[in-house]
Unconditional design. Structure first.
Ligand code: GLC
Length: 754
């Protein structure tokens, strides 16, 4: 349609402001094209663009309960009528092309579909679960693996992934801890932004750019009791200070979609919370993309007791700011009538549709609806050797050496007889972890294969299951004890199965299953040098034969190259350098436990009385292994802490330096961490907060000065009135190798001169 320039210009500015998408993302003609489309769309076609359905063209076992349309013919008819804007969770170019052909060539307006999926830590090449990879404390690594995932996902016909999860997880009983970057806001923010950059690449219009969707907005990781889908009761200050920054970082990295959380915050389900989804997300944080509901989460407003019925639920969700309804079909069913009866203004619908069409335009879908639908790419870009090599590198970088009395590393060319014992010795079904359903379980490298592959004489390795994941095996412990007696060293492969972790897997106890604990205790009684390989999707409370082993490695769910990555660490080909992104408590009952906790009025003091102190009657409220902890095969020491000034003027920064030295006999890497503590403030402050980190690799005997810059922004918090503020006063500084100990200094922030 030929629109005169003035109309275009006025429309362009008005619509861009309404959607918030910066003009720079779209050319004027593209904005005009969207406006022209909206003018021509019927209310049904608009509601269709706001509808996202599971893909029945490319069926596979979805990670969701059955709901909505599950029939290809019916789905094809819906697309033909312009009643679907986005398909999710199917992969494969042929099926995607089929769906896109219908949308582009058979529907009235030919608006291309957005094709989405849950590529959380890999498509066919499975990388470590996000929590495991977070142990690298390395945004560059996380960006590299996200890029590789994007290359595979877009080759398989996807445009968007429902990732990264940006939820700060404060309770290890919650199963979805596994999908994020752990308990710390700074680390989660850094890795969220890195993963967004990795997924999207430099140009959204490239066919290997995968749109990101930082989720679940927000504070889903703070569900009461770690209970999945539970309620969140939180101060606005804590919401803003702990749970928003990773989303701010993700949007700052260019993410153009997000997903509202299932949970409610202070009595209002996120899916219906206009304060959250519009006032905070858009007006304050400047988010200019579009918002997905989570899977049938709009329909669930009825179960929450917040909506009268499905029609009311659709009304509440769209008025709150949910632009795209996932799987329930409520929008296509009720929005036309809600608009006709005046319950929902057409302007509200137009803003939502515009946001969605802007994103489709910004990724070039209108110019090239066949983007990412290339059979040749599907054959050449998936599960490549380069991706497998990166998965192995990321796997080794994700392993955390929790303790080691010197038993590790083992000698791959030695004479030692090794007994590999436990339910995860040759297991392939639990290598990937949750949210890896596109992967082929048979393609993963199990522990036994990895170890054998690294040994000069694989016959030195004896394998005994000893027990199943949850059950004893007849004679299993006897066989394991016998094998341990005959061996020089024992490796125990224990932990969680992948269905103990992830969505809807909240647990009241975060321990090794009893059958495995019994096995470990029996083998420990043989008193041979013992190494424990933990497989897990959360922090665990370890006990007895597991906790007292000579060495314990946290190996998470490491993905396709798990066995090789573990072998690289066990035999010393790679020096362990991972650090815990979550605290390991002494007992499950300490949850929710996180390192950046408050002092309370009666803190315990080292070697002090424990009477009438903030601790449990039987357990100190500390961590067996603290956040940021992780050992190496060499030894590092820090000394020579220096501050450029002990006074920080209001608009100045202070440089903090320390010397790191490798005093061991092997090359190794250390992640030096800088923490602060605001001693006195108008809201109580955590006893420690991670602010900076740097990875340093040193040869034996080598030392290097690590340098951090601290400025007032690093000292801010959300004060009374919910504003980010800094207050003059004294701040403790630690430069250390975990959230405990370290070199201590002090800096005083001075108020601005009057
Ligand atoms: C799930 C999850 C969400 C996922 C979506 C689509 O219930 O909460 O993270 O992206 O549904 O599978």
């Amino acid at each position: 349609m030929d629109l005169d320039r003035r109309t275009v210009l006025s429309g362009l500015i008005a619509s861009a402001i309404a959607s918030g998408l910066p003009l720079r993302a779209l050319a004027a003609e593209e904005v005009a094209r969207v406006d022209d489309l909206i003018r021509r769309m019927t209310i049904e076609e608009k509601a269709g663009q706001m509808t996202c359905l599971a893909d029945s063209f490319r069926p596979f076992n979805p990670p969701n309960p059955a709901a909505g349309i599950q029939d290809e013919k019916r789905l094809a008819e819906e697309i033909r009528k312009g009643r679907v804007g986005c398909l999710f969770n199917g992969i494969g170019v042929a099926g995607a092309r089929k769906a896109q052909e219908i949308a582009v060539r058979q529907s009235r307006l030919g608006i291309p579909l957005l094709l989405a999926g849950d590529v959380i830590h890999g498509l066919k090449t499975i990388f470590p679960v996000p929590l495991g990879e977070a142990s690298s404390f390395d945004p560059v690594l996380c960006q590299r693996t996200a890029r590789a995932m994007a290359v595979e996902a877009t080759a398989a016909g996807l445009h968007l992934t429902f990732a990264p999860m940006a939820d700060v997880a404060r309770d290890q009983r919650w199963g979805r801890v596994v999908e994020g970057a752990g308990e710390d806001v700074t680390l989660t923010a850094l890795l969220t932004a890195a993963r967004v950059r990795g997924f999207q690449g430099r140009d959204l219009r490239r066919d290997d750019s995968l749109l990101a969707c930082p989720k679940h907005f927000t504070a889903y990781g703070a569900v009461a009791g770690g209970l999945e889908y539970g309620s969140v009761d939180i101060s606005e200050e804590t919401l803003r200070e702990t749970h928003l920054p990773p989303f701010t970082a993700g949007f700052g990295a260019g993410a153009l979609t997000t997903m509202a959380a299932f949970s409610e915050i202070n009595g209002v389900p996120a899916t219906a919370d206009r304060t959250l989804l519009t006032d905070m997300l858009r007006d304050e944080m400047g988010f200019h993309g579009f918002v997905f509901s989570d899977y049938t989460a709009d329909e669930e407003l009825v179960a929450h007791g917040y909506a009268e019925d499905d029609r009311d639920a659709a009304r509440l969700a769209v008025l709150a700011g949910v632009d795209m309804s996932m799987q329930s079909g409520l929008y296509i069913r009720y929005l036309p009538d809600l608009v006709k009866t005046g319950a929902v203004p057409m302007a509200t619908i137009d803003v939502a549709v515009r946001r969605i069409l802007y994103v489709k335009m910004a990724m070039g879908l209108f110019d090239n609806p066949w983007r990412s639908l290339d059979e040749a790419a599907e054959k050449s870009r998936i599960a490549t050797p380069a991706h497998r090599a990166l998965a192995r590198e990321a796997g080794a970088r994700s392993v955390v050496l929790l303790q080691n009395d010197g038993v590790l590393p083992l000698d791959p060319a030695g004479k030692q007889k090794i007994a590999l014992i436990g339910p995860f010795t040759e297991d392939k079904a639990n290598l990937y972890g949750p949210w890896a359903f596109y992967g082929d379980p048979g393609q993963g490298v199990d522990v036994a294969t990895g170890l054998r592959g690294a040994m000069n004489d694989p016959d030195r390795l004896t394998i005994v299951a000893g027990c199943a994941i949850h059950q004893p095996i007849d004679g299993g412990i006897d066989a394991a004890v016998k094998a341990a007696r005959a061996a020089d060293v024992v490796i125990l492969a224990l932990g969680e199965s992948q269905d103990m972790s992830g969505e809807a897997q909240s647990r009241t106890v975060i321990e090794i299953p009893a059958a495995q604990q019994a096995l470990a205790d029996a083998v420990a009684a043989v008193k041979k040098p013992t190494v424990v390989l933990l497989r897990h999707g959360r922090a665990l409370a370890l006990h007895d034969g597991v906790a007292n082993a000579n060495a314990v490695l946290a190996t998470w769910f490491l993905g396709s190259e798990a066995g090789n990555a573990i072998a690289d660490i066990v035999f010393g080909k790679v020096d362990p350098s991972g650090k815990l992104p979550v605290s390991f408590p002494w007992e499950s009952g300490q949850e929710p436990f996180f390192y950046d906790r408050k002092s309370t009025g009666r803190p315990t003091v080292p070697n002090g009385s424990t009477e009438y102190k903030a601790r449990y009657a039987t357990t100190d409220n500390s961590a067996r292994y603290p956040f940021g902890h992780g050992l190496s095969y060499t030894r590092f020491v820090l000394d020579n802490l220096k501050l450029s000034d002990s006074a920080m003027r209001w608009d100045q920064s202070v440089t903090v330096t320390a010397r790191l030295k490798n005093i061991g006999k092997r090359r190794g890497s250390e992640i030096v961490q800088l923490y602060i503590h605001d001693r006195v403030a108008s809201r109580t402050r955590p006893i420690r907060e991670l602010k900076k980190m740097e990875r340093v690799t040193l040869e034996p005997g080598e030392s290097r000065t690590v340098r951090f810059t601290l400025a007032r922004d690093d000292l801010r918090f959300v004060g009374q009135g919910n504003r980010w503020i800094a207050e003059p006063g004294v701040f403790d500084i630690w430069v250390g190798q975990s959230s405990q100990g370290g070199l201590h200094g002090r800096v005083t922030l001075y108020a601005p001169e009057r």
